[in-house]
Design a protein around this ligand. Structure first.
Ligand SMILES: [Zn+2]
Length: 370
């Protein structure tokens, strides 16, 4: 009897696992169907929850990358909070909504690069200026590109002995708050790395510095079973591909593609062409998602390409082509306005992130039809 009881409980357990892990047509075509946006301001929270429920879930979004940065009431480092920031209770509401709708939430804090924007230093280097890779570069009153300092965004020094203690406190706290099994570290558009003026980094190989920082972050996350996601641009050779210094690397970091751990998820953003770079990443053994922004025609092509890559690959490669993530680079309130306006009018600008989101996800649902 005991054996039967065990067998029955095993069967019901297996049935539950099968039910829970049942793959849908959407999962087999596009395992990751993602949406990436800045975390809302506290005053926008109710609208954001409604948007998740009424617009993301019905379109079969299953991954939500939320760019949180300092928009959270960190208790480990209150000195790094934004003045107005999400509370733990606010985050719980987002988490509960997403869990009920089977949406995986992946919080993001920009690590390494993007520590300033235009003429403003962001919280980490404002509070801890000693972490600055280029402290001699002063922020201009009127930011212009190009400029004599080559200042796009500030970076922290990955070899500063104190920097990881602080940023990993934030990473751990935000992952716990969002109950996340993955974390997005940004790491795009890093122009300042291995700078000649940094006594720790000067003369070092920039690809090794970049890969070293990816590896340190990845290993920290792996201790708690969490996966690292990053943007892919630093791993592409900008000169040979003609993709330039934003969408790809002009400062030799691209050789890091062969140096980073293979379980890092690459978010491969291309906004104006359906570049075939997912094949490059997959052939390096890395999982990759394609990330469009505001051109519906490009996003639809990228979805078609993702299907083709999966169909035309050996089983070893197929699952590295993980899906797509729609990126939004305007604040949530502005995006929502654009999204609602677009529903009311047939004219107007076609190339917007709201239109791109609709076209991409409508197309992905169409592709599931027999
Ligand atoms: Zn340095």
């Amino acid at each position: 009897m005991k054996r039967i009881a065990i067998s029955l409980s095993l069967l019901s357990f297996l049935a539950a696992v099968a039910l829970y892990s049942q793959t849908t047509p959407a999962d087999s075509l596009f395992p990751v169907r993602g949406f990436c946006i800045a975390a809302p301001q506290p005053a926008e929270l109710d609208d954001f929850i409604k948007f998740i429920r009424n617009d993301l879930a019905p379109r079969q979004v299953n991954t939500l990358i939320l760019r949180v940065d300092f928009n959270y009431h960190f208790t480990s480092h209150p000195e790094l909070r934004d003045e107005v920031a999400l509370s733990a209770a606010d985050v719980k509401k987002i988490v509960a909504t997403c869990q009920a709708l089977h949406i995986r939430v992946i919080p993001q804090i920009n690590l390494l690069g993007h520590q300033s924007w235009a003429g403003k230093v962001n919280n980490l280097l404002r509070v801890y200026p000693e972490f600055d890779e280029t402290p001699y570069v002063k922020m201009p009153e009127n930011y212009e590109w190009p400029n004599a300092d080559g200042l796009y965004c500030k970076s922290y020094c990955p070899l500063h002995p104190g920097v990881h203690k602080v940023v990993f406190d934030l990473v751990d706290e935000i992952c716990t708050a969002f109950e996340a099994d993955a974390f997005h570290a940004g790491m795009d558009e890093v122009f300042y790395i291995g700078h000649d003026s940094c006594t720790r980094c000067s003369g070092r190989d920039k690809a090794e510095l970049f890969a070293g920082e990816v590896t340190v972050i990845r290993n920290h996350l792996a201790e708690k079973g969490r996966q690292l996601w990053i943007w892919g641009d630093r791993l592409i050779d900008g000169k040979t591909t003609g993709m330039g210094e934003w969408e790809a690397s002009f400062n030799i970091t691209y050789r890091a593609v062969d140096l980073i751990p293979k379980d890092v998820m690459i978010c491969d953003w291309h906004y104006e062409r359906a570049d075939q770079t997912p094949v490059y990443f997959a052939m390096k053994g890395l999982q990759v998602v394609t990330c469009p922004w505001r051109m519906p025609d490009v996003a639809v092509q990228q979805a078609d390409d993702m299907v083709r890559f999966r169909l035309q690959s050996a089983p070893e490669m197929k699952d590295r082509f993980a899906g797509l993530v729609q990126t939004v680079w305007s604040p949530f309130g502005d995006f929502l306005q654009e999204y609602q306006d677009a529903a009311d009018r047939s004219g107007g600008e076609k190339n917007t992130s709201a239109n791109c989101f609709k076209a991409l996800f409508d197309h992905m649902i169409t592709l599931q039809q027999p």
